[in-house]
Design a protein around this ligand. Structure first.
Ligand code: NAP
Length: 265
């Protein structure tokens, strides 16, 4: 098994990654950051996001494992004081994994060029210097004319990240679905949106067709860019999925409770 350790630049993560790398070498694993079978991230959920984008071309044969150097995260099952247990689990690996949906984003700009992105958490389209105006379609059907700051489309595992902060529902990661959440929509006698998050089915897709002449800020996970005018932005569940090496199970709702509520009876 070829393994790579991918860490963030925090002092604790650098130290932990160094210790883990030594333990893996002593256990006889091959360390290979070009063609790994397993990517162990050391840091937080954000570090796992970065590793996902670094290895996005290899998703069909890479499994991820997250070690958190702070609190337990949503993509991180291991803590930094459990490295010996993690190495033992890797030694006994039989290929067990769990996989979750990803978001496929395709863009057409008004000069007819196109772009394509994969997101693990979410993609957003926003306007910073004026109201964003876009028509929203679900499948081929017109759904609403949106006016406001922007819209977010998230995966089930991304539902506990930005989407939750703007009023989205927390979705169980086993669901094959996408969630569209509004960012500060304008609702009055003239303009009307649903004003509630929408969760779409696996065989559905969402399209934004923005009014012409607007510039946008688009985010895909931790990346942010200003875009030239967009004719169409389409979101669907990707054919690719992210695979995690899963050696032990933590109940999803326990994780949610621990991360966001944390008041023990
Ligand atoms: P960051 O601004 O450094 O960190 C954002 C926070 O989001 C971190 O605490 C991170 O956890 C947490 N996070 C990331 N993915 C998560 C998930 N699936 N569920 C629950 N929490 C999650 O940015 P970053 O680390 O590069 O991560 C980019 C992500 O941050 C974006 O995809 C977006 O979802 C999120 N974000 C959220 C807000 C907001 O809630 N207002 C604003 C901007 C960005 P760790 O501490 O474990 O890394």
């Amino acid at each position: 098994m070829r393994i790579t350790v991918f860490n963030n630049s925090g002092e604790k993560s650098i130290t932990t990654a160094g210790v883990l790398t030594k333990k893996l070498e002593q256990a006889g694993f091959v360390l290979d950051d070009k063609h790994p079978d397993v990517v162990v991230t050391v840091g937080g959920d954000g570090t796992l996001l970065s590793a996902f984008h670094r290895y996005a071309d290899s998703l069909s044969h890479v499994r991820f494992i997250g070690v958190h150097t702070g609190h337990l995260g949503f993509y991180t099952d291991w803590r930094d004081f459990e490295l010996d247990d993690l190495v033992d689990a890797l030694k006994q690996d039989s290929g067990q994994s769990v996989s979750y949906p990803l978001l496929d984003v395709s863009l057409t700009y008004d000069d007819s060029t196109t772009a394509h992105f994969l997101a693990l958490n979410e993609a957003t389209l926003k306007r910073m210097n004026g109201t964003m105006r876009t028509d929203v379609y679900i499948k081929q059907n017109f759904f609403e004319s949106f006016r406001g700051d922007g819209l977010c489309v998230s995966t089930p595992t991304g539902s506990t990240a930005y989407s939750k902060s703007i009023g989205g529902a927390v979705m169980h990661p086993r669901l094959d679905a996408l969630q569209v959440t509004e960012i500060a929509s304008i609702n009055n006698r003239v303009f009307r949106t649903l004003s509630a998050p929408v969760i779409i089915a696996p065989d559905e897709w969402v399209t934004f067709r923005p009014a012409s002449g607007q510039d946008f800020v688009m985010t895909v996970d931790q990346f942010s860019t200003t875009t030239p005018p967009i004719v169409e932005m389409k979101f669907r569940i990707a054919s690719e999925r992210i695979h995690f090496a899963r050696y032990r199970h933590m109940h999803f709702w326990d994780r949610v409770e621990d991360a966001f509520i944390g008041v023990k009876k």
